[in-house]
Design a protein around this ligand. Structure first.
Ligand code: GTQ
Length: 350
């Protein structure tokens, strides 16, 4: 009886304890432990695809209807349906398609999130980064590192579209967002166009210059060179069993990723080739560049064509395949440098 009595008393007291916690901003770990520390990642973000055929007309509508004065950047964001309320395509990455019409300027600003661009269509637009200008062509990979001023313009005769990738959700989660406008609409330029390619992109280093090393000093990696390198490799090399012939856009000063938080790759899957499935931590955004293919993600097939975007969340088994008579070329962006920096990177063949 005594035990029972104290058991009841105990239950009463436990109830009181539970009731007291929320008002004091406290919680009982043992109630949620197995939801918080799961045997493997439990994700809200879901594998998703954005089809260029569907996105393109909406983007051109936005260009027609929304003047640049009303939009700091005219971008349609790619939003992961599993992350409602976040401007995010994965928990760490933001992505969007930006369009700039002939004669338009996207004003100069800087922010702490790192950014990349991959040019989708059109010629004649430029980005100016930290005093240097580069005129962009389809397939070019352009870097805009943390806290450097950048603005865009279009001096050509056609609309130009590119994919933006930023580590904005990560920077937001870390409460480290800062943003500032340049006092001028377009920043002054103090070097020849593409100076960074000439200085750092060719295997040499001007000995008296000391650029920052935590991000790549090269602002534009030309498609012609990236594709040429891939095509050359693909003649003789099988590449990785999971990724095929794949190259990383590196920081030439360190051999590491182009940006501290994001790593970019270009890969070539031979016609008719099916690669092996694997999974790893870190989320990946794929952009179809040439040809067609299928990414199978946790058993679900995501066919892609040129300029479609497919997202593979962390720890999802994925497998690449090309479709049709041409090689399939994919650009991809991943947050893996963050996982690697904190010993959270894991990879498994399936
Ligand atoms: O071009 O600077 O898609 O600041 C989102 C934020 C593009 C840009 C985006 C930005 C930019």
């Amino acid at each position: 009886m005594a035990t029972n009595h104290s058991g009841l008393k105990n239950a009463d007291e436990r109830r009181q304890l539970f009731q007291a916690l929320p008002g004091k901003n406290l919680g009982a770990l043992w109630e949620v432990y197995s939801n918080a520390l799961t045997p493997e990642p439990v994700k809200r973000e879901i594998p998703s695809v954005w089809r260029w055929q569907e996105l393109r007309p909406l983007l051109y509508d936005a260009a027609r209807l929304v003047p640049p004065e009303e939009a700091e950047r005219r971008v349609l964001m790619l939003l992961n349906p599993g992350l409602p309320g976040l401007n995010a395509v994965t928990p760490t990455l933001y992505a969007g398609m930006q369009i700039i019409l002939p004669g338009e300027v996207a004003r100069s600003h800087r922010h702490t999130p790192n950014a990349i661009r991959f040019i989708v269509e059109g010629e004649g637009a430029f980005t100016a980064v930290n005093g240097e200008k580069t005129v962009m062509k389809p397939g070019d990979f352009v870097t805009t590192p943390t806290w450097v001023f950048h603005d865009h313009g279009n001096e050509g005769s056609e609309a130009v579209v590119w994919l933006d990738g930023l580590d904005m959700p990560l920077t937001t989660a870390l409460s480290a967002i800062f943003y500032e406008r340049h006092r001028e609409r377009q920043q002054p330029l103090d070097r020849p166009n593409d100076a960074s390619i000439a200085r750092y992109g060719r295997g040499f280093r001007p000995t008296w210059m000391t650029p920052p090393v935590h991000y790549s000093p090269v602002i534009n990696y030309r498609y012609e060179e990236a594709r040429g390198t891939l095509a050359h490799l693909a003649e003789t090399e099988a590449g990785s069993p999971f990724d095929g012939v794949m190259i990383e856009y590196i920081n030439p000063l360190t051999g590491g990723p182009a940006l501290p938080t994001m790593d970019a790759h270009l890969q070539w899957i031979q016609p008719g080739q099916q690669l092996k499935p694997h999974r790893h931590t870190g989320s990946t955004l794929y952009l179809g560049v040439e040809g067609r293919g299928v990414i199978e993600i946790d058993g679900q097939e995501f066919p892609w064509e040129e300029h479609d975007v497919v997202v593979v969340p962390s720890w999802c088994t994925h497998r690449h395949q090309s479709i049709g008579p041409s090689p399939a070329i994919l650009f991809s962006l991943t947050d893996s440098p963050v996982l690697k920096a904190f010993s959270l990177y894991r990879e498994e063949a399936q």
